[in-house]
Design a binder for this molecule. Structure first.
Ligand code: HAM
Length: 437
């Protein structure tokens, strides 16, 4: 046992783990590019105040925070949203609209560890700034779905629960609750699925117990799981704001249907999101079997850029976490075994042959081929074994006889045949072999 171990909830990535992680990142990056999102990055350590009273009590309690040597209160970033708001806010007038940005980065939260939850994890974040209407949500829900489908997942594996904090606020207002009480109710609803009635305890302590009638009306709204149910309900209530909001809902769902994505999206007012800054549509992605925690979450946050000192700028975004996502891919057999073997393995006779081999090895590497060779002189037999085990497609054999003839023997390790080529033809032959796939 080594003396020092990783801190609880922290992760080490051995090469095969890193290869899997890179596989996720590569496909997310490619997908974001196809949607026209530009990549950015930012510091991992931020002023503590960036998160205070902005991300919400839950995240604030989970911060890894400390005082640096300059006496500043700092925190490891628990999420990207406040940071990206600062970046965009600082240059908002110079940025071409719509501002569509993404990042892949590591985050830290002092959470209770469980399956799919750690204290450090990666997220793919995508956000659109400057678009007040549901067009931004259309683009982002479509991107979220494609970021999962790119790996071979289908609507049978996951779905997106779509809800709306605006709708909740208008509804609670129609029920006679002021904004502060409404926020208290949303806090309870966020935990209702997990805690049941217990979720309302904090609200009751602050504002007094809800009357049974009010509670029943709240719980029945929470159970709305279709557009038809939503429409019926809103017509019953008859609020103008609610009716106008329905038009946004229809626009969003209609566009997603046109993209062929209806199968992935479900209306579910039970989702309200725990983060404090969300203002409108909110959504979360889950595995269909309901075995894992959320795969992704996001929504609209129209006030945050301004709250952080920037201009008033509407915004929507989401983040996919790498941990639950990797678990889902593994469960579905969609995490590929990632081959890391070389293209070419050089089998080398003695010291004289080594000099000749080195010239070719370096030229092949410079041309982009992955080439390995035994760092020390070892018996031919061992080298052939190592070459075969390495996963290389070709072995280049530099023996004394070959060099005397001015040739190199090339063995196709898959077909198990051999042929000789003049030394000055090695690069061209290898190139030709790999271009044929
Ligand atoms: P979030 O719901 O806190 O949202 O996190 C998004 C995703 O990150 C979760 O669904 C989960 O997959 C992953 N995640 C969160 N915490 C952990 C953890 N402790 N361990 C492993 N995975 C975790 C946000 O972070 C928002 N900032 C997303 C956003 C972007 N909203 C607008 N733009």
């Amino acid at each position: 046992m080594p003396t020092f171990q990783t801190l609880p909830g922290f992760r080490e990535f051995y090469p095969e783990d890193l290869a899997r992680r890179n596989f996720l990142f590569r496909l997310w990056r490619q997908t974001a590019n196809t949607f026209g999102f530009a990549e950015y990055d930012a510091p991992v350590l931020e002023p503590l105040d960036l998160y205070r009273a902005k991300s919400g009590d839950e995240i604030e309690a989970q911060l890894f925070s400390f005082t640096d040597k300059g006496g500043r209160a700092v925190a490891l970033r628990p999420e990207m949203t406040p940071t990206v708001c600062r970046l965009v806010g600082a240059k908002a007038s110079a940025l071409k609209r719509p501002i569509k940005w993404f990042s892949i980065a590591e985050f830290y939260r002092y959470e209770r560890m469980q399956k799919g939850r750690g204290r450090c994890f990666f997220q793919f974040n995508a956000d659109i700034f400057g678009e007040p209407g549901p067009e931004a949500e259309i683009e982002l829900v479509a991107l979220l779905v494609q970021c999962l489908c790119a790996f071979g997942l289908t609507h049978e594996d996951f779905f997106v629960r779509l809800s709306d904090r605006n709708l909740w606020f208008y509804y609670l207002e129609a029920l006679g609750l002021d904004p502060e009480r409404a926020r208290g109710i949303l806090g309870a609803i966020d935990k209702y699925e997990k805690l049941g009635d217990e979720a309302f305890k904090g609200y009751s302590e602050r504002f007094g117990a809800l009357t049974p009638e009010l509670k029943a009306r709240i719980l029945s709204f929470l159970e709305i799981k279709s557009m038809t149910a939503l429409e019926t309900r809103l017509t019953d209530i008859g609020s103008e704001k609610l009716a106008a909001r329905l038009a946004d809902w229809k626009h969003l769902l209609d566009a997603l249907e046109a993209m062929g994505l209806s199968r992935f999206v479900e209306v579910d007012l039970g989702v309200v999101r725990g983060l404090a800054y969300y203002t409108g549509f909110v959504f979360e992605a889950f595995d269909r079997k309901g075995e894992l925690r959320a795969l992704a979450g996001g929504g609209r946050y129209d006030d945050l850029v301004e709250k952080l000192g920037g201009p008033a700028l509407p915004a929507v975004g989401f983040a996919i976490g790498d941990m639950t996502f990797a678990l889902l891919l593994e469960q579905r057999g969609l995490m590929p075994a990632i081959a890391q073997g070389p293209d070419v393995y050089a089998v080398i006779g003695g010291a004289a042959e080594r000099r000749a081999a080195f010239a070719d090895i370096h030229a092949l590497r410079a041309a982009g081929f992955r080439v390995e060779y035994p760092l020390k002189e070892v018996a031919f037999g061992k080298q052939f074994k190592a070459g075969a085990e390495s996963g290389a497609k070709l072995a280049l054999i530099y023996g004394g006889d070959e060099l005397a003839k001015g040739v190199v023997k090339i063995r196709d390790l898959g077909q198990r045949n051999e042929f000789e080529v003049p030394r000055d033809q090695v690069l061209a032959t290898v190139r030709d072999f790999f271009s044929r796939g």
